[in-house]
Design a protein around this ligand. Sequence first.
Ligand code: GTP
Length: 327
Amino acid sequence: MSFFKRLKESVSRTKESVTQKFKSGLEKTSASLVGAMDSVFSRSKIDEDLYEELEDILIGADVGVNTTMEIVDRLRAEVKERKLKNPEELKPLLSEILVEILKDGGSGMNLNPDGLTVILIVGVNGVGKTTTIGKLAHHYREEGKKVLLAAGDTFRAGAIEQLEIWGDRVGVDVVRHQAGSDPAAVIFDGIQAARARGVDILLCDTAGRLQNKVNLMEELKKVHRVIGREVPDAPHETLLVLDATTGQNAMQQAKIFDEATNLSGIVLTKMDGTAKGGIALAIRRELKVPVKWIGLGEKTDDLQPFDAEQFVHALFVEDIEKESKEE
Ligand SMILES: Nc1nc2c(ncn2[C@@H]2O[C@H](COP(=O)(O)OP(=O)(O)OP(=O)(O)O)[C@@H](O)[C@H]2O)c(=O)[nH]1
């Protein structure tokens, strides 16, 4: 077999396993939605009842009222323009609109090509922040990068220990201070250590207790300032971790954290459960923040870069198995 043929086969095998993982991870989430969508597309004609049913499904899937109205208005306009009559024809059109919304502005990570990249991770307790940091560390290590973690959630001793457990698991060092110390000081030390050790990626954990919102936000602003002062153009990414199962509540969290830290992306965790996923569209549209990763389980490699097409096809419109076979 020629080299190129072998290469092509290996690329297609990798692609298949990623697609498969995405699909099986989203199985529970997608099961009810795809079914509901299919009932819309199998209606006898395109009329007001159809649009209403579609609105109900989208709102029920956490897409949010404003974003749902915008999607349905766009759909209506396109139907008129293209003179569509058959509800089946709405399927690719809706998928096109949803993908366009999710792709707006891109979803890739902004990494510093020649030097240290600082990634700040924020989010409330229990959403999967520590787990996400562990998974990201693993992801970048697998890419051959040198990774370091900074234990900026100094509020609880347990949080520091949990990060150390993840550090051990994925073979990455953790810079830490004692519980109760100043998070900005830990992050400062993390940056110095990262520089001294020639680290490529520094992942910074932060506290997430929303009970004391004002203090937490002041603390995050200070951490953000310290990073910006020490490393030009940093943080290169400020990722908010959101538990997808919390639905519209996630939107509130995103607004609060965006004000304090100017978010560059979202990690949507627990999408392997029964989350509805539409929150990705609401956040993208209303806060202009893209989803960059999705969490599909508790294991080290259960974090996938966000792929708008696969997401829309798995969740809303079509079975992606069919899609991948057609490729
Ligand atoms: N099913 C599933 N579980 C997840 C995912 N991500 C995280 N978890 C689980 O969610 C729980 C909370 O995760 P943590 O990483 O401890 O959350 P945290 O935000 O750091 O929480 P604190 O340590 O309380 O600040 C753990 O049991 C994780 O295993 C995911 O994508 N899918």
